[in-house]
Design a protein around this ligand. Structure first.
Ligand code: NAD
Ligand code: DAU
Length: 331
């Protein structure tokens, strides 16, 4: 199988490539990545001799057309992915997430190539803390930030291309991922590397916001289940029943460093900050037989802390750049 993996030098895409090289040695993998600030070629070093890497933009229609023509399956991870950045400057989110998806859809339509679209639970907006309902495949779209609106728009393009042009597409909407090789702008790696640097973790607002955490390897095994067995045209939600509020997560990180659980600072909240995400992944489990392997969040988090402790050269340069951006926003 010839696979085109967009965004393969980012967090989830690079873990996907590593997992695929390990488990599917026959797959021929081409990574298309624009190598933005969020990429890290160091994430692909271990598999560099087993894959092809093309530096380029998913919105470059000619390049995308030529790469899709030589592929059997496209898995589209590439995106501008950070909410805080989308509030500072929404344009790259519109360009990459919407126009980039458009250019891929036109190419897979022309060459009749199977397409899997990676999306997020944020397209559904947020839930109250005490809402007994969780997001499922029937939940209405209600995005809050420029990031989640751009992802919602890209999902809608995929649905339209599947219905009107018979594109062989599936979509997955996953909850918050954690694990190795995540950019230090994101919550968990930011706080782990803060503690390593002797800086107190920084919680937005009052810290009660809830995220539904899933290990990145579980996200990626679900993506493979959908690519292998998913119904064309179907959306699947991916989640591992991992709801935790931000105070609890920071408490566990501090504990793993032997520090007091209240050794953090509360900082300016994110505008429009979604309160809670929660995924019901029953369809994925019952129809495709998928199950998460990382069911103990505390253990998965401890492994992630160990990874950042052991891999400072991977994150140090990005940490310096990231904290300059946050300092300008007093966060
Ligand atoms: P990331 O920011 O770590 O990586 C994104 C990658 O895409 C980077 O390597 C970057 O260089 C590349 N990229 C950006 N713009 C590009 C362009 N125009 N052309 C080609 N490549 C480009 O993101 P991530 O956290 O790995 O997220 C990957 C995908 O998963 C995204 O589509 C995101 O919306 C989705 N998602 C993420 C999460 C999460 O918790 N991180 C959860 C659900 C869904
Ligand atoms: O739900 C899936 C989404 O999860 C993905 O689509 C996004 O690409 C991914 O970035 C993530 O979005 P969040 O906005 O939930 O992730 P982030 O890591 O930015 O923040 C997680 C929570 O932690 C959120 O409530 C904001 C809070 N936070 C974040 C940072 C960076 C803090 O309290 N302090 C921080 O320093």
């Amino acid at each position: 199988m010839r696979l085109l993996v967009t965004g393969g030098a980012g967090f989830i895409g690079s873990n996907f490539v590593q997992q695929t090289v390990r488990e599917r040695p026959d797959a021929e993998i081409t990574v298309l990545d624009a190598m933005t600030y969020a990429s890290n070629l160091g994430s692909l070093t271990e598999v560099a001799d087993k894959i092809k890497v093309v530096e380029g933009d998913v919105a470059d229609a000619a390049l995308v057309d030529s790469l899709v023509a030589e592929s059997d399956v496209v898995i589209h991870f590439a995106a501008e992915s950070h909410n805080d950045n989308s509030l500072n400057d929404p344009w790259p989110f519109v360009q990459t997430n919407i126009i980039g998806t458009y250019s891929l859809l036109q190419a897979v339509r022309k060459h009749e190539v199977r397409y899997h679209h990676i999306s997020t639970d944020e397209v559904y907006g947020d839930l109250e803390l005490d809402d007994p309902n969780r997001f499922d495949e029937e939940t209405s779209y209600n995005p809050s930030s420029p990031y989640s609106a751009s992802k919602a728009a890209s999902d809608m393009l995929v649905r339209a291309w599947a219905r009107s042009f018979n594109v062989q597409a599936t979509i997955s909407n996953c909850s918050n991922n954690y694990g190795p090789r995540q950019h230090v702008e994101k919550f968990i790696p930011r706080q782990i590397t803060n503690v390593i640097d002797g800086v107190r973790p920084k919680l937005y607002g009052n810290g009660v916001n809830v995220r539904d955490w899933i290990h990145v390897d579980d996200h990626n095994s679900a993506v493979w289940a959908i690519v292998d067995k998913g119904r064309i045209g179907q959306t699947y939600l991916i989640g591992a029943d991992g709801e935790q509020n931000n105070l609890e997560v920071v408490g566990m990180i501090l504990e793993q460093f032997g520090k007091a659980k209240d050794d953090f600072d509360l900082v300016t909240d994110r505008p429009g900050h979604d309160l809670r995400y929660a995924i019901d992944s029953s369809l994925l489990r019952s129809e495709l037989g998928w199950m998460p392997k990382f069911t103990n969040f505390r253990d998965g988090l401890a492994d992630t802390v160990d990874w950042y402790r052991a891999n400072e050269p991977w994150w140090r340069a990005q940490k310096l750049a990231t904290e300059k951006v946050y300092a300008a926003q007093a966060r």
